[in-house]
Design a protein around this ligand. Structure first.
Ligand code: PMP
Length: 384
């Protein structure tokens, strides 16, 4: 139940990728037949990503090495391209580190960044975004959904505001694309980060949608691949895999979502019966695969280790933040106190989980919580 940290590659994806490691090994820039085959596969994959996100033009999709790189390219690329127009960027206080840290770096180069606060459910209010716009604003970057608490943002409303004011709108779609329907045209998205592994494709590849007509500056310079926006020999096996993963996601998003929601709600409804246990994130505006909680009086890390012994892999939050002992910036931004944020448990479900897995977690978690609370010096004092 830690699909948010890493997902298995779907067997159908793996099978499609295999020939491109040692049989069809052409470089798309080569003129010979293997090269031309690689070029056809590259363009076919581009089309599949474009279809998944509702883009009218496959040329709008640029392949990168991961979602982190796509976020870097979108933010740095837009900031550098439009710096003569303005230096103000709007974002939320619950973005992934690849957005937060890139913007921090841009601040050091003179950009001004406004972080929009979220409510207790992790929702961004579009009105706050609107009110933060100045005549120097060149870019708004808000994630589609937060992988740590599952909250899905009102992207279309924010997109409307951005497009009315003619400000570029970047959306980090890592946790959402393939989980919920995303449509760049209907939602007025100019730049969209797409992850491969988060939709059962391989790691080592990602994509950035760039609306036709939007210009950004590249930071990876070289041979001019990917329309000059991301030089470097294309990762054809990875790109083919991501393409097939996107095709499967498009076909299966609704059915997968229905199954995931049933498992998610089984987890949420049962685990919330445990005393002093709270859901984090919005109850309904929520990713189908995300069940996240906080338990008073105990530490999330202790729960994870106990669950690991029972064969359940879970996490306390974003895998990217576990290297620090700091509480999650997402939970703090949602108004939790440090000690509350430390008691977090994140269960992320995926295509290969079954209702039996959900039942096993529902049986296992309350006794683990009870055992840890019986050892916690905080528990009796607070409750009595
Ligand atoms: N954005 C979001 C919302 C994420 O959850 C993650 C991590 N899965 C990333 C970006 C970065 O993804 P990656 O580590 O694959 O580059």
């Amino acid at each position: 139940m830690d699909y948010g940290a890493a997902s298995p590659v779907d067997a159908r994806v793996l099978e499609a990728m295999m020939p491109y490691f040692n049989k069809d090994t052409g470089n798309p820039s080569s003129l010979h037949s293997p090269g031309r085959k690689a070029k056809r596969e590259l363009e076919a994959a581009r089309g599949k990503i474009a279809n998944l996100i509702g883009s009218l033009s496959p040329r709008s999709v640029i392949f990168t090495s991961c979602a982190t790189e796509s976020n870097n390219l979108a933010l740095r690329g837009a900031a550098m391209r439009y710096k003569d127009k303005g230096n103000h960027i709007i974002t939320s206080s619950i973005e992934h580190m690849s957005v937060m840290n890139t913007l921090k770096d841009l601040q050091r180069s003179g950009f001004d960044v406004t972080h929009i606060s979220v409510d207790k459910d992790g929702l961004v209010d579009p009105e706050k975004v609107k009110n933060a716009i100045t005549d120097r604003t060149i870019l708004i970057s808000i994630m589609y959904a937060n992988g740590e608490v599952g909250t899905v943002q009102p992207i279309k409303e924010i997109g409307n505001i951005a497009s009315d004011r003619k400000i570029l709108f970047h959306v980090d779609g890592t946790a959402a694309v393939g989980k919920v329907p995303v449509n760049v045209e209907e939602e007025h998205i100019d730049l969209l980060t797409v992850s491969s592994n988060d939709m059962y494709g391989p790691k080592g590849v990602g994509a950035l949608y760039i609306k036709q007509g939007v210009r950004i500056m590249p930071f990876m310079l070289g041979g001019g691949q990917e329309a000059g926006l991301r030089s470097g020999s294309e990762n054809i096996p990875g790109i083919v895999g991501m393409g097939v993963a996107a095709e499967l996601a498009q076909k299966e998003v609704v059915e997968d979502g229905r199954r995931l929601i049933m498992m998610r709600d089984r987890l949420i409804d049962s685990i919330l019966k445990t005393e002093y246990t709270y859901l984090t994130g919005h109850r309904t505006k929520r990713l189908p695969n995300n069940a996240s909680f906080r338990f008073s009086f105990i530490e999330g890390e202790s729960i994870i280790l106990q669950l690991n012994d029972l064969g359940i892999t879970a996490s306390t939050g974003s895998a990217c933040s576990t290297k620090t002992l700091e509480p999650s910036h997402v939970l703090i931004a949602m108004g939790l106190r440090h000690e509350e944020a430390h008691g977090s448990l994140l269960l992320t479900l995926g295509r290969f989980n079954s209702m039996d897995d959900a039942d096993y977690a529902v049986e296992s978690i309350p006794p683990v919580v009870a055992k840890l609370r019986s050892l916690s010096p905080l528990y009796p004092k607070q409750v009595k």
